[in-house]
Design a protein around this ligand. Structure first.
Ligand SMILES: CC(C)(COP(=O)(O)OP(=O)(O)OC[C@H]1O[C@@H](n2cnc3c(N)ncnc32)[C@H](O)[C@@H]1OP(=O)(O)O)[C@@H](O)C(=O)NCCC(=O)NCCS
Length: 169
């Protein structure tokens, strides 16, 4: 795998069916907030793509692997005194797992957040069982800063949230 095969680009309405096909997966939903739709329809994809088209500055990107849309990664810029902080979020379609795509996408959006958006801090909240996501963050120099015990209610279970951060040094 050459990292240059992985790029971030803007989403287009022509991505709608591939986005819905990849996102409509309970194994992805199980690791994300309940506001992420499941089942994930083409209408959901269209609504999301239209939101990203309106963004200024851009915060959500398609992850493109050798010309194919394979996932989405984004930064949620915070408000008020946290305006130089952002939460990172991402998912990769199951058929693309284990190829280093999340690791590279995190690197690319972290650089974008620090260099283009001039953020000071990017952080992530990872459910207790999601070791692959923790590894992808650690691969990029993110450090675990704490565990929010039983902070998450997902699938009717309370889960620990492992919080990771990286500073723009
Ligand atoms: C978690 C997720 C983003 C990982 O994406 P990915 O592109 O497969 O991740 P990477 O290929 O960069 O791999 C990250 C680490 O996991 C390891 N890994 C990936 N798939 C693996 C597998 N099937 N078995 C064992 N290890 C695996 C990789 O080897 C790598 O570790 P390494 O650096 O020691 O080699 C992806 O599984 C996903 O989208 N899951 C559902 C949504 C989600 O969890 N989002 C994040 C919420 S915090």
């Amino acid at each position: 795998m050459k990292p240059k095969e992985i790029k971030l680009r803007e989403l287009h309405l022509s991505d709608k069916s591939q986005l819905a096909k990849l996102a409509n997966n309970k194994k992805i939903w199980d690791n994300l907030r309940d506001s992420f739709p499941y089942p994930y329809s083409e209408k959901d994809a269209e609504l999301f793509i239209n939101l990203t088209i309106e963004e200024n500055p851009k915060q959500n990107f398609a992850i493109d692997y050798a010309g194919d849309l394979c996932g989405v990664i984004g930064l949620i810029i915070q408000n008020d005194i946290y305006s130089k902080s952002a939460e990172i979020g991402y998912w990769i379609g199951e058929s693309f797992w284990g190829k280093g795509i999340a690791t590279t996408a995190i690197e690319l959006i972290t650089n974008y957040g620090f260099e283009d958006l001039k953020l000071n801090r990017i952080y992530a909240g990872v459910f207790e069982f999601n070791n692959l996501s923790m590894k992808a963050l650690e691969n990029n120099g993110y450090k675990k800063e704490g565990i929010f015990k039983k902070a998450v209610l997902k699938n009717a279970k309370f889960l620990d949230e492992h919080r990771y951060f990286k500073l723009n040094t």
